[in-house]
Design a protein around this ligand. Sequence first.
Ligand code: PHB
Length: 400
Amino acid sequence: MNDSKALASRRRFLKTAAGGAAAAAGVLHAPFIIAQPAKIKVGLMLPYTGTYAALGTAITNAFKLYIAEKGGKLAGRELEYVVLDDESDPAKGVDNASRIVNRDKVDVLVGTVHSGVQAGMVKVSRESGVLSIIPNAGFGAATGALCAPNIFRTSFSNWQTIHALGKVMMEKGHKTCAWITHKYAAGQEMFEGFKEGYEKVGGRIVKDLWLPFPNVEFQALLTEIAAAKPSATACFFAGGGAVKFVKDYDAAGLKKNIPLYGNGFLTDGTLQAQGASAQGILTTLHYADSLNVPKDREFRLNYAKAYKLQPDVYAVQGYDAAQLLDIGLKAVKGDMKNTKGMIKAMEGVTIDSPRGKWKMSKAHNPIQDSYLRQVVGEQNKFVGVAWKALEDPARGCKMG
Ligand code: PHB
């Protein structure tokens, strides 16, 4: 190719390339460098230390797995990551989110796990308008009173994960129960969601017990459960806290006479560490280990191959965060600056997820089935659908 032909072809490329103008400025007077559209800057603000560390890692793994499956590019653009360990520390939530958005200038903010940290991120997302995808934290207001066009969630609302549990427990004959969880934003919302569903079917919570996050000194509270003599116990724990709680509950001799229930975080990604203590536990969640979903079979194989680990619900949510970003980017041909165009494409979308297909609600939260699962060996076996197409009420959301 002679020089003028090369230049013409380079110009054609630059015209079609996303972010062409910026790239052209730097490249046209340096004719022997092949122009590349700028990389998409993805901010991953997640916990990589502490009780939720495994959750942040699973989300990251699966997000990157999806990108790898697409040859490392979305809509023709490579990705680069700005990774920040939020330590599940709500006190640093706003500062960390602000740093990654305003200083590092990420194109899209992906995170987080902990609802208290999410509250800070939502504030920064609303103020900056940065496109944001929540791959776990169930903080109700994110798709409720504080919902916003630029904030999407690929996981759940806290209410959604536990709403069906009361009905399940009543069907098993448990008219009374004790409740126990960590005292923080998600624990509070899980409690309210559980109470609403359980009382609606006639259940009565005879004792509610709380401990500071991420404290795992359960002994005194287990003694209180034994003394209250409820028919069952319902709880919300996840990650390292869930491992310790399930083992301590069993070791205290409570498991047989006061069966333990929870939303499925209690036994997701934790079974190897919980061993015999977790056997038989029934939980509700939007994922299970033995779903008859072709997308899930493919996902599980690829995840296991890439990471030598079985995926869990957190991995599924991270994978779907990447799928959602891909849908948005494709619609604007990789032009990340066209936030409006991306939002339009991401709204009302149906995601072909390993958990089964789900639809984005008007408030930007998944409408999804809640499954009843039971621990058998190292699996959360699918037992049945506890609630079909469960949609968060999105109380206070003025969008859509
Ligand atoms: C939350 O804080 O919203 C949260 C954390 C861990 C979970 C679920 C919800 O597994």
